[in-house]
Ligand binder design. Structure first.
Ligand SMILES: [Zn+2]
Ligand SMILES: [Zn+2]
Length: 329
């Protein structure tokens, strides 16, 4: 498992290619690691191998979000489920995705005559906002692709502001349990009958961090809604700038369009994924585009890890997150 600061959110780009896997780029999958929970967007073919390279634990995967039913985004689902079964998983798994996803998984399972002993809930949706655990919720909306496709915004719940011990002492609140309850956002009642609310000893709460995942899509209104003020926009860069016509016909975006979308919503970081095997560097796909200081744009490589710290200023870890087995590959 990644060695993370408890407050950090890590985004591990498990697969960043499209259409067919290559030696450099496996098919789309992105893992989000936060406070011991793992969430995942898409599961392209072979995702269970990519998942193991940064030593992520299958048992920690709580929710898998699927964008759409094109093969490069879903052929890894059954492999992931079978790997989890082999590891004797008992924890429930929630899978959220477009209509038809349940039938796809169930027909795979049936044809392979395989069974899963851990509880799997498949939630099909055409767009909604829902809570997925005590700390996180997700918003999904339809994008603009050749078939029905969902974009996602993973939202951390608002975070408590700084706690000021001197204020607590001035109010003669005994240290210990009372401090803990205030810090976790609860009102307390002291032995003398006084009621104290968190605002009396803490700074205002901070908005939770968000990560937006939009692939495969043309630039569209719903992508803008999902990406509003997001800390990290993961967006497709299937075509290079200059290939707008091809992108339009195929229901995709160019790197230039991704950049402009990021500019429009004031994103700080745009991370391009779903990248054609033809392109290796940001220069390859952003030729002709005038790039300014914001948003920062980067092309994701397989197993790149991004950290979104408490401050919200996302950055790429210098080293790729790999196990020795992968380094030897
Ligand atoms: Zn795709
Ligand atoms: Zn597609």
């Amino acid at each position: 498992m990644l060695n993370l600061n408890e407050k950090d959110i890590a985004v591990v780009m498990l697969g960043t290619g499209c259409a067919a896997p290559t030696l450099k780029r496996r098919l789309p999958s992105t893992a989000i690691v936060h406070q011991g929970s793992i969430f995942m967007f898409d599961a392209g073919e072979g995702t269970q191998i990519q998942f193991r390279k940064p030593r992520l634990r299958f048992s920690r995967l709580e929710t898998l979000f699927i964008s759409h039913l094109h093969g490069d985004h879903v052929t890894g689902i059954i492999g992931m489920l079978m790997s989890m079964e082999l590891q004797s998983r008992v924890e429930p798994l929630l899978i959220i995705g477009p209509p038809g996803l349940g039938e796809f998984i169930e027909s795979n399972r049936k044809m392979l005559n395989t069974f899963f002993s851990f509880p799997i809930t498949i939630h099909e949706t055409t767009g909604e906002k829902m809570k997925i655990n005590n700390e996180h919720s997700v918003e999904c909306l339809p994008l603009d692709h050749r078939i029905f496709c969902l974009g996602y915004r993973l939202i951390e719940q608002d975070r408590p502001g700084t706690f000021y011990p001197e204020r607590a002492r001035a109010l003669e609140i005994p240290e210990g349990q009372f401090w803990g309850r205030l810090q976790s956002g609860h009102e307390i009642e002291l032995a003398d009958g006084r009621k104290i609310i968190p605002d009396q000893v803490m700074a205002p709460s901070l908005p939770g961090r968000t990560i937006t995942y939009c692939t495969d899509t043309r630039p569209c209104e719903n992508a803008l809604i999902l990406a509003q003020n997001t800390d990290l926009l993961i967006y497709e860069g299937t075509f290079a700038a200059g290939e707008e016509e091809k992108a339009r016909l195929r229901g995709h975006s160019t790197a230039g369009e991704a950049y402009r979308l990021g500019q429009q919503i004031g994103a700080r970081h745009v991370l391009l994924t779903h990248v054609s095997a033809r392109y290796n560097s940001i220069a390859d796909i952003l030729e002709q585009v005038e790039v300014s200081a914001t948003p920062q744009i980067a092309i994701a490589r397989d197993l790149d890890t991004w950290i979104i710290p408490w401050s919200g200023q996302a950055y790429r870890l210098n080293e790729r997150t790999t196990s020795p087995a992968h380094q030897a590959e």
